[in-house]
Design a protein around this ligand. Sequence first.
Ligand code: NAD
Length: 337
Amino acid sequence: GVSVEAAPAAARERHAELAELIEDANWRYYVLDSPTVSDAEYDTWMREIRALEEEHPDLRTPDSPTQKVGAPISTEFAPVAHLQRMESLDNAFDDEELAGWEARARRLIEADPGPYLCELKIDGLAVALVYEKGRLIRGATRGDGRTGDDITPNVRTLRDVPDRLTGDDVPDLVEVRGEVFLPVEGFKRLNEQLMDAGRPPFANPRNSAAGSLRQKDPRVTAQRPLRLIVHGVGKWEGAESPKSQSEMYERLASWGLPVSDRFRIVETLDEVREYIGYYNEHRHDPEYEIDGVVVKVNRIAVQRQLGSTSRAPRWAVAFKYPPEEVTTKLLDIQVGV
Ligand code: NAD
């Protein structure tokens, strides 16, 4: 094998320090739904720890935060194993990183990975809904990607979650993935109510959605104006599977599931850039908060060819917009309470 030189003590120490900061932030963010640092600061730590591991590959152990999805599940809900692993997304923070993602994909398949499906990166939380013979049998959070929290009674209270899928091409078993979110208006109203009741408000819409969905008492969830937009599938059995991401969305919509009407299929990376530029200027057009754009290779056969790393698909990338003032301000409020 290849011998790897051991990292110097200073790098090792900084790595351990960052890993601890990140694990602690993960716990507060994913389990307590109450972060104490901004996403921008968290992302800075992630970039620094990744850079350290690039330089000193022996630091990249399987338990490093760079190799994992999310955080351990909470003890308040029953654990549920996903039928297929739920992944995260790799990020691109600028045009160079976006181009790097495309170049890597092109190199791997030795062909043009396009067309691409561009869509908004909704700042909510990922859920998996399992339908057996068209009936909703389970809802779960992403958790660590393999095991999530069983939140079936909670998801059943969402107006957007159909109890039954209709259509003659519904698979015998299908795991639908999507984003549960609170529209910005609902988030503001909820925070006002919480503050009126002398309780701490949520830091951002994402955490308010997570906190609202992961309630011990589903009646509390039912009172929150949570919405759902689906953006993928996991396990799929007993029906012909779609050939493209966009065909998948057409099918999901035809069965009664809420699909975004803001996605676009484009041929080239330049058109991807246009989409990203457009929503950078129109960030507040959607009724929900977005933190970027997700770019997906549209053809499923190419997605399969590209496959995944330990934590994210190679066929998709999240282009993240720079943080906005407002989030920081809200965080200040919460920290001050
Ligand atoms: P991510 O949020 O960067 O991206 C992956 C997720 O995007 C998916 O799981 C999916 O749920 C979601 N998503 C939204 N729209 C989508 C779409 N259209 N198609 C596909 N997926 C879509 O990754 P993550 O692993 O969920 O979280 C990491 C991020 O969370 C960090 O970059 C940081 O911003 C934030 N975070 C913050 C803290 C903190 O303390 N502030 C702590 C942990 C994580």
